[in-house]
Design a protein around this ligand. Structure first.
Ligand code: PRX
Length: 656
């Protein structure tokens, strides 16, 4: 484990913005205060002005029409306005920056050549892709599932959907066939876009094969559009499968952008919650793009000529907002990386930074911790002098990792923007603006414009001053999700029921004496594994679907690299023997049911689980055992069988 007392000391250090950054940044400290006040006092004026950063076809009259009132939750921004998101990300830049690189694609293997795609080329590729989708019968409002590696075609597919008004739903290529099938069915998609294979870290995932498997569980009318990546042999169903390259030859590169309402859905993205199966988060067009573009510009201090790199995958929201939509709306050059930080060696990130002269680098704490473990030599091997801003996202960054990042990657001269946000928020809600807000290691610092964070006690009372509780947001911002696909009731229940009048984030949070926010982690049954969000209920339902398992309870526990690991307590069916083989089989089972990211780190055989007399599993106790904090189990007298706990402690992974 990291030395937390040292962490605590580091977290008290304050790093003011350097003079160099402050001189060129979009706002300084006073500018931030003034704009922030305006944004909360006059949201209509503030956001009405900000939305003009986009090209509208028909102007909006109403800026904000939102209500968090339980029973009447409704979120609409720029209602009467019409626009096209793809035209905003591409067409409007053509006159001024047609020959500028829009996307730099860095492939998995450094032996293969990088690609530089200009805005003109992007326009052509997206238009062709959009016409291919039209050939397959896709039009406004239709759903398209994208299951692709991190290749330019992923961005083309997203923007092609946006161009013709189709709604994309990206499924991370690391998800299994089963998870893919659930998402295809969940949004009733007409077309799935995939590739033959996905190279990553020198290994290949056979995406087409996964799609074949998934589609067995889907409607016969779903078409599979296959893009070539590896060129490997795949099976083929002539009635269903279509080679992208074949139809591409039959279409033109002329595809007018569809006029969309500001509130038309742009995409659905499934994310894990504390209960049940993942839900389809719906983001719309005008507000989402305004917010993604503005946050990208301010949080990363994006300036003309910058080479901006976010290492996320487009399968997650970070890839949507900060690889594709935000940067392209701003006319930026955005890097898309197919590989992993440690392939072929632990210097890859830094080699790519040097090669493309990256100015902003945005990654996850889990990657930093993994690289920290490899020492400083791989960082020292590359020239990182082009870097100006470093970013962090996905989970709390421990001060030790923050300091390593600051000293070794940023050489003490790059502000670190620790950005707190969620799939639901569409864009960054809390982060230090470089040039305006001094940073403290481990704190996401201050809210973005228009965002009013509130700390509540568990009864829903607003707490003031330096305090700790759960994090809620008081009023809407344009990037907020609008609903859960097909289940508005679930949207209202999940985010607005527990604390009436607020958007409830699911995170715990501390506010210090300087008004800085420190996210302490989820307060619900969501765990954050390597920055990937996972519902314990999902892993449990995968486990109990196995014939040998009678019951399962899953909790998170601290993990040095991943942030949190998955700890599963498994009760076997009567007569089934607990063997090492079965343990391996269950691990593989969960990988196949959900994907490699859901594989339990620990499986503990549990002859019994701690339950109340009414049969409710007491997760608090299971969490404590997994965290090896058994000295403070609290009251166990209400348990139906208190002896179960002793057995679990005696056989926990820590007891061995
Ligand atoms: O717990 C918070 C954590 O990640 C959750 C959101 O996960 P997801 O929807 O997958 O989006 C991740 C990328 C935006 C949050 O509820 N989280 C995200 N960023 C941070 C964070 N926790 C602490 N600090 C952060 N910077």
């Amino acid at each position: 484990m990291a030395d937390h007392s040292a962490d605590a000391a580091v977290a008290k250090t304050i790093y003011p913005p350097s003079d160099l950054i402050a001189a060129s940044a979009h706002v300084d400290a006073d500018g931030y205060e003034a704009l922030y006040s305006k944004s909360v006092e006059d949201p209509d004026g503030f956001w009405g002005e900000q939305a003009l950063r986009l090209d509208w076809i028909k102007p909006f009259n109403t800026v904000k029409n939102t209500s968090f009132a339980y029973g009447n939750v409704s979120i609409k921004w720029f209602e009467e306005g019409t626009l096209n998101v793809a035209a905003n990300c591409i067409d409007r830049h053509l006159a001024t920056r047609g020959d500028q690189t829009a996307i730099i694609w860095e492939p998995d293997s450094p032996e293969d050549a990088a690609q530089h795609i200009t805005y003109k080329q992007l326009h052509e590729e997206v238009s062709v892709f959009a016409n291919v989708l039209k050939e397959l019968g896709i039009g406004k409002g239709d759903r398209v599932v994208i299951y692709l590696p991190m290749i330019p075609a992923a961005a083309y597919a997203m923007l092609a959907c946006a161009r013709i008004g189709a709604i994309h739903s990206i499924v991370f290529a690391g998800f299994s066939a089963d998870a893919l099938a659930d998402r295809i069915n969940g949004s009733d998609a007409k077309v799935v876009i995939t590739a033959d294979g996905a190279p990553r870290g020198g290994r290949v995932t056979h995406l087409k094969t996964n799609c074949d498997q998934a589609l067995r569980r889907c409607d016969d009318h779903v078409k599979l559009l296959v893009v070539k990546r590896t060129g490997e042999q795949t099976t083929w169903d002539d009635k269903r499968d279509v080679h992208f390259e074949d139809i591409r030859k039959t279409v033109t590169a002329d595809c007018p952008a569809e006029e969309m309402s500001a509130e038309d859905p742009l995409f659905i993205l499934y994310t894990s919650g504390s209960t049940g199966q993942p839900k389809g988060v719906v983001h719309t067009s005008g507000g989402y793009l305004t917010y993604a573009a503005m946050t990208h510009q301010y949080v990363f201090d994006y300036q003309e000529g910058d080479i901006y790199w976010c290492t996320a995958d487009v399968g997650w929201v970070t890839g949507h907002s900060y690889i594709v939509y935000g940067p392209l709306a701003n006319g930026a050059t955005t890097v898309m990386f197919e590989g992993v930080p440690t392939y072929p060696d632990a210097g890859r990130f830094w080699q790519v930074c040097e090669k493309h002269k990256v100015t902003q680098f945005y990654t996850a704490p889990t990657a930093i911790r993994a690289l920290m473990g490899k020492g400083t030599a791989p960082v020292e091997g590359s020239d990182l002098s082009s870097l100006r801003i470093l970013g962090s996202v996905g989970e709390p960054i421990n001060p030790e990792a923050w300091t390593w990042y600051n000293e070794n990657v940023g050489k003490g001269k790059c502000p670190i923007v620790d950005t707190w946000w969620q799939t639901e928020t569409g864009g960054i809600l809390i982060a230090p603006l470089p040039g305006a807000i001094p940073t403290k290691p481990g704190s996401a610092t201050k809210p973005f414009f228009g965002v009013q964070p509130i700390i509540l006690d568990d009864k829903g009372n607003e707490l003031v001053g330096a305090t700790e509780g759960v994090l809620a947001i008081k009023d809407s911002w344009p990037g907020q999700m609008r609903t859960v696909w097909g289940d508005h009731e679930r949207f209202v229940q999940t985010y607005f029921e527990m604390f009436k009048g607020y958007y409830f984030t699911g995170d715990g949070c501390r506010r210090d004496e300087d008004g800085y926010y420190w996210i302490t982690g989820r307060v619900d049954d969501v765990i954050n594994v390597s920055g990937h969000r996972m519902g314990t209920a999902e892993v449990e339902s995968a486990l109990v679907a196995h014939a040998a398992v009678s019951e399962a309870a899953v909790v998170g526990y601290p993990h040095d690299i991943k942030g949190q690991g998955i700890y599963a307590y498994v009760t076997l069916m009567e007569g089934v023997e607990a063997t090492e083989e079965l343990r391996k089989e269950l691990e593989t089972w969960v990988r196949t049911e959900i994907g490699p990211i859901a594989k339990p780190d620990v499986i503990q055989w549990a002859p019994g689980l701690p339950k109340t007399r009414s049969g409710k599993i007491m997760r608090r106790i299971l969490r404590k055992i997994a965290e090896n904090d058994t000295g403070s189990l609290g009251d166990t007298s209400t348990l139906a069988e208190p002896a179960v706990v002793d057995d679990l402690i005696a056989n926990s992974v820590h007891a061995k």
